[in-house]
Design a protein around this ligand. Sequence first.
Ligand code: ZN
Ligand code: ZN
Length: 416
Amino acid sequence: MSKTLFSEAYLDEYLELVIRHGVNIQKGQELLISCPVDCAPIARKAMAVAFKFGAKNVHMRWGDDICGRIRFLEADDSIFDTFPEWDKLMMESLADGGAAFLRIEASDPEAMKGVDPTRLSRFTKASSVAMKPYFEKIITGGVRWSIAAVPSEAWAKKVFPNAASAEDAMKSLWESIFTAVRVNGDGKAVEKWQAHKDALNRRRNLLNEYKFESIQLKNSAGTDLNMKLPKNHVWKGGVDIAKDGIEFLPNLPTEEVFSAPQLDGVDGTVVGTMPNVFRGNLIDGYSITFKDGKVVSFDAKVGKEHLEGMIKDIKNMDMLGEIALVEHDSPISNMNILFYNTLYDENASCHLALGSAYPDCVEGGGTMSEEERVAAGINVCDGHHDFMFGSADMKIVGTTASGEKITVFENGNYVI
Ligand code: ZN
Ligand code: ZN
């Protein structure tokens, strides 16, 4: 990796943000870093930062898009219905032992293009069953975890196809990432994040005070959705607090305030406003229609078979688990770049997720059984996948218990 790609001061500031505020490593804690081999120099630095701030041990879980692709193309067909036991045991034993989990994300958005979609779908099913105990810890704050992105050549070239060279594309993607996470080498990223978290917290608290019975979402792209919210719903955003009472930031960057729809209370159509990457394949030009909370029809100009896989492969993925509000005027959105990466694109746009709701999106949800969560009105599912529908003319109106209508978003931004 050439030194001209970015200033080391920027990278140091970014990695400190990720280790201290993302996973918020504690003295004596273990950390697992998942990272593509292409980004090894970054992972090595992250490891050193984790030790500097008190990690007892740091484990590496290396990945590689190309090896993944070769396996999906060449391996014996029978392996796609199983998930490796050693992998499951590694993740569970680290989680049970109180480790934190950092994922360094740099995926090629089309790493799995041309792979038999049934293989991808069978493997998703197998892994969702095998990894359920770990996934449950992730969504209930049983572990502290964070996802942060760094460029890879394949990803950078997809985002900046007109760059003169791969190196130029990488440089542009680094700059965009630093802008999005409010890092500019002045050493003040932590202070800026505090102010940003305060702003998110204010909106979140206000939405919690309104206790809307339903919200209506509408824009000229064709979204027209009526969404009931569970009686005891909770809006979340900004910092998350794990079960051990310690703050963490699951996503860096994060611009969203989010909650969970009433699982049987969604009616109407949502139209996607950004291409979506699902299992290394692109879905674009798509719309999904709901009745009484369930998907009743869907269409896509690109990747309809992958959208179908997203909705049908896992039980209850045909219901929504998340509604997230993101201003059209945000640092990521203002760059006007399509990142082909959910971590970035979802923070540029209002989004929904099919699949599991975060249990804490209803009062007391973090300690409820799955049956109790369903009774409280939120979806329980072994998957969760975001898709973006925000736009510059998004209008969102909430209706309170007394029937009062409160405009929350006008022209894509908060008016509260
Ligand atoms: Zn979200
Ligand atoms: Zn989500």
